[in-house]
Each structure stands twice: as C-alpha cells, then as structure tokens.
Design a protein around this ligand. Sequence first.
Ligand code: UDX
Length: 436
Amino acid sequence: MRVSMIGAGYVGLVSGACFADFGHHVTCIDKNDGRIAALNKGEIPIYEPGLADLVEANVRGGRLEFAAEVASVAKADAVFIAVGTPSRRGDGYADLSFVYEAVGEIAPFLAVGAVIVTKSTVPVGTGDEIERILRERRPDVDLQVVSNPEFLREGAAIQDFKHPDRIVVGTNDARARTVLAEIYRPLYLNAAPILYVSRRTAELIKYASNAFLATKITFINEIADLCEQVGADVQDVARGMGLDNRIGGKFLHPGPGFGGSCFPKDTTALLKTAQDHGIALRIVEAVSAVNDQRKRAMARKVVAALDGSLRGKTIAVLGLAFKPNTDDTRDSPAIPLITALQDLGARVRAYDPAAMEQAKPALSAVNYCGSAYAAADGADALVIATEWEQFRALDLARLKSVMAQPVIVDLRNIYRADEMQRAGFRYGAIGRAGVD
Ligand code: UDX
C-alpha cells in the first residue's frame, strides 16, 4: 500500500515509520521544511526510544521518505492526518485549525477512491466536517473519511504501535475497511483485534479511553491521600484492587498527578464536547479539577518534610519530564511544583536526563544541573518528580554526603521507607508511611 502521513510530529513519525516497517511505502509530509531537511539528514526531531533506528532502517530500505510538499498524496491509497490538536488558548476546546488546514491542502491532489484517515485526536463529529470540506472541494471523486485513533504512550510508542491492545477503525464504508485492514494486516496476523465501528464511535472511543485512564490515576491518587491519614499503604491497596481482573492493576500508580500531551487536554476537550451536547460528565469534571490542584499541592509535602517552612531553603528536583523516557514537559507536574516551591521562598536546583531544555521556557530562576548528585549538592531536600530509571538506584550514601539535610520526598514511590531509614534519610512518599 502507498501511505501518506500528513504531519511528521510525534504520532506521524512513529506511525509512518511503523507502517513502513510493515512493508508499506510511506511518505511523511510536513510543512516545516527545516524538520524535513533534518529528517532527510537522519536527524530525529523528537525523543522516542528506538525511533531513530526504525526510521533509518526503513529509509535505507526505500520504504520511508519525507517531503515538504503535499502533491505526493496523489499516489496514496490512504492519507493519514497526524497533525496536532492542541488545547485552544482560552477555552479548552481542541484546536482543529491544523486538521482543517491539512484537509484543504491535500484536497486538490487526492486520487479517486483515496481514503483519508484521521489519526489526530479529534472531537466527535470532526470526521463529518472533514467529509463536508472534501465533498465541497472535490465533488468529482468518491473520498472516504475514516477515524483511526492512536493509543501511543510516549516512551513506549513503537511497542504500542506494533503490539496494540486493539485497532479501532471508524467507518461504515466497506471499501475503506478493506484498505485499513490491508494496512494493518501484519498486526492482524499477530492477532491484534481490529474493531470496526462508526466514525463517531471511533472518535469517542479515543476520548473515553483517555478520560477513563485519567480517572483511574486520579482515583488512586485520592485513595493515596486517604491512606496517609488512616495509616494504610497505597501500593498494597492498588495491588489488592488490581488483582481483581475486573479492575486490573495498570494505571493505578499514585503520583503527583497526570501530565503530558494527551490526558490533560483530552479530558478538557471531552468536557467541552459534552457541554455542547447538554451532557454533564461530572466524573471527568472532577478528575480534571482534582488533578490540576494536585500538582501544586505536592509542594506541601516538601514543606511538611522541612518542618513547615521553605524560606531560604534549597530544594533539588529530579525529573522535569511528565514521565520517564521522554523530553516532553507539557503539563508536567514538576512545573507547577517548582513554581510553588519558589513561591514559598525556596531556591530550586533541577536535573532531568532529557527534558531540561524543554522545561526552561516555563520556569525561571532554576539552577539546572548536570546530574542528580550535582542537583543534590547543598540541598535541604531532594524531590523525585519523575521516575526515570537512573533515579531508582541512586547512591544514597553519596547523596547524603553532598546534601545539607538528608531529606527525600519521593513523589513516585520508587524507594522503600526501610532502605531510606537504613541510609539515614528522612523520607516522605505518596500514600504510605515514610521515615520521620
Ligand atoms: C497517554 C495514553 O496512555 C495513550 O494511550 C494516549 O494515546 C496518549 O496519552 P502518554 O501521555 O504518553 O499516553 O503517557 P501515559 O503513560 O499514559 O502517562 C500519562 C500520565 O499519567 C503521566 O504523567 C504519568 O506519570 C501518569 N500516570 C500514569 C500516573 O500517574 N499513574 C499511572 O498509573 C499511570
């Protein structure tokens, strides 16, 4: 199959490289000439483990290429739209301007019978609008618009693409289904379930899935708060719950609140869709509000660990990315946490293995350091905000020797109280006993 991917960003590049790896011929198209020039030189503009090798192998194999012009969509059996749908400034609706712009640009070139597939996360009914635009611009051809949402986690995107729990294809058109089935055939052979539904249903499956996962996280975060008050251990509560197959153990890790490019914006956009249709999604409303407050509130844990005041204190923050294995700091809990620490009078030293440059525009007066130990140097407390692998086995004796006070606040529960006690630290965690 010949596939065009509009948008060589995160979703477009990962999907394009994986489709090429399945054996299809893929052209990733992006208006950003600089990005295309860099890709043509083998430079990958995003941080995603395994992506550089996958791109390189498929470019070398002649199955993957990059272009700044959309004209090549004329040869495509399927044109995927994988452009960004950020939160619209001011009102929280998904900003669909990049999607409609892309549709307008490809319209004149599309071949008879081409299938247009939306991979971008778009609110229910966007496919109808895309179809309307295309009918208006190209009354001469029969074009099918399909919704095929992605469920890729940053840092594990290639694995998620190649071993999906399900593939969702939203269209009622038999021929479009056949084209999508052919594109995903290698996964179908791996027994990945392919779910054919209506277009609107597919669009909603994406939002409902993300909102549900965000709910699970927020639920366990609130239970963690209760655990702290009643002397229970949230890790054991989550395990005890998760072993029930009806519940499942995934996405029950308590922490400083969910962040990233999807959950925060998708929950807000879902609420907007619901409001427009006169429906109150009260659970999702609560999830969004509780999560927003939680990030900044994490600073109170640091205050408590330092006997009530941060004025004049130095705090080391490990991790700025919203989760490990990414350089993405969008809606990262570390950002409001650091601002709150500064508002309370603390100086902040920070280290992240990949995300320091990305964090800089959102923060000021932070001292960026070259390692966890450099950040800890002279600090009154060390806060673990992101569970990067390299933070899981820190040399505690070394940390203690460089810090002004032996205090660790572990917002990801990656350490145990007994090992901290042995190492002579005061230790605070989420939803379980620490060391005073
Ligand atoms: C998510 C979805 O998982 C993916 O299917 C969707 O298409 C895009 O959004 P992503 O944002 O990359 O992916 O990361 P994910 O691993 O889902 O984590 C999101 C946030 O929730 C992170 O801030 C993470 O730290 C937090 N989280 C996740 C928890 O706090 N606890 C958990 O148990 C799981």
